[in-house]
Design a protein around this ligand. Structure first.
Ligand SMILES: Nc1ncnc2c1ncn2[C@@H]1O[C@H](COP(=O)(O)OP(=O)(O)OP(=O)(O)O)[C@@H](O)[C@H]1O
Length: 247
C-alpha cells in the first residue's frame, strides 16, 4: 500500500544572487508519512519552512524532486484536485474581497462543494469568533480575526492534509489555546495530517507527535517524544538560532 504523502529528493533554488554557495534553499529533502500525524516544522528564520509548505500545496514549484499523494505524483495530478486535499493556511492571512461570509463561502464555491453553514458557525464559535458580524467587510477585520477566518476557510474544505504556517503568530494566549484545541480535536475526528510551522517550541511540543527540524538545507526527522526529552531552552540554542530573548 502506498504512503499517504511522500516527499522525494525535493529541491528549491534560491533567488539567483550570483552566489553559488547559496544555490539551494534546500535540496534532496525526503520524508514519508504513512498515516495522519501531527508534525511540527521548526527551524531558524530563512531556512525555507514556508517555501516548503507552499511547494507541498503546489502554490510554488519545486526545481527538483517529486511529491506523491496516495502514491500519485503531483506531476500527473490536477492542481485544483491536489489543493482540495492539501490546504495551506498562510502566515499573513489574505482576505478575498467581500464580507466575512463571502470569504467563508468562496472556497467551497471554487471547489464546487456545498457550503456547510452549520460547520462554519460551529468553527466560528470554537475559535471565539461568534461575536463577528458575518456581513462585515473581511478587509476590516483585525489581523487575529483574519488569521482565524482563513483557518476556518481551509477547514471547510475538509482537506486530508493541512499545512499551517505560524497561524497563531498574531493571536493572544486565549485564542492560541482555542486554535490548538480545535486542531487537536479536528485531527482526531477527521484524521487530518497536520504539518505546522512554529517558532514556539512549547507549542511544537504540545501539538506534535513528530518534529521536523529544517536547517542548512536539510530536514531532520524526530519523534517528538525523543526530541523534547531535552529542555526547550537547550533545543532552542541548538535548532532555532539565533534565539536571544525570544524564539
Ligand atoms: N519562490 C522562491 N524562490 C526562491 N527563493 C525563495 C522563494 N521563496 C522564498 N525564497 C527565499 O527562501 C528563503 C527562505 O524563505 P522562507 O520564507 O521559506 O523561510 P522560513 O524558514 O519560512 O522563514 P521564517 O521563519 O522567517 O518565516 C528566503 O531567503 C527567501 O527569500
Amino acid at each position: 500500500m502506498s504512503a499517504l504523502f511522500e516527499i522525494h529528493n525535493l529541491a528549491k533554488h534560491n533567488w539567483d544572487n550570483g552566489d553559488q554557495a547559496s544555490k539551494y534553499i534546500f535540496s534532496q529533502l525526503s520524508a514519508e508519512i504513512t498515516e495522519p500525524e501531527r508534525i511540527a516544522l521548526i527551524g531558524a528564520s530563512g531556512q525555507g519552512k514556508s517555501t516548503l509548505l507552499r511547494i507541498l500545496a503546489l502554490l510554488d514549484t519545486p526545481d527538483e524532486g517529486d511529491l506523491l499523494l496516495d502514491g500519485a505524483s503531483y506531476k500527473n495530478t490536477n492542481v485544483r484536485l491536489w489543493r482540495m486535499g492539501v490546504s495551506y493556511v498562510a502566515q499573513q492571512a489574505v482576505m478575498l474581497p467581500g464580507s466575512v461570509e463571502d470569504n467563508l463561502r468562496m472556497v467551497s464555491k471554487l471547489h464546487g462543494l456545498a457550503y456547510d453553514s452549520v460547520l462554519a458557525a460551529q468553527l466560528l464559535k470554537q475559535l471565539g469568533l461568534d461575536y463577528l458580524d458575518l456581513g462585515k467587510q473581511a478587509a476590516d477585520c483585525s489581523g487575529g480575526e483574519k488569521q482565524r477566518i482563513s483557518l476556518i476557510r481551509s477547514l471547510l474544505l475538509r482537506p486530508r492534509i493541512l499545512l499551517l504556517d505560524e497561524i497563531t503568530a498574531s493571536l493572544d494566549i486565549n485564542s492560541t489555546q482555542k486554535v490548538e484545541e480545535l486542531l487537536m480535536d479536528w485531527h482526531l475526528k477527521e484524521e487530518t495530517l497536520l504539518i505546522w510551522v512554529t517558532h514556539d517550541l512549547e507549542q511544537a511540543r504540545r501539538i506534535s507527535n513528530r518534529t521536523w527540524v529544517m536547517g542548512r538545507g536539510e530536514l531532520q526527522d524526530h519523534s517528538s517524544d525523543s526530541f523534547f526529552a531535552e529542555p526547550v531552552a537547550v533545543l532552542a540554542q541548538k535548532f532555532i538560532q539565533p534565539v536571544k530573548g525570544s524564539l
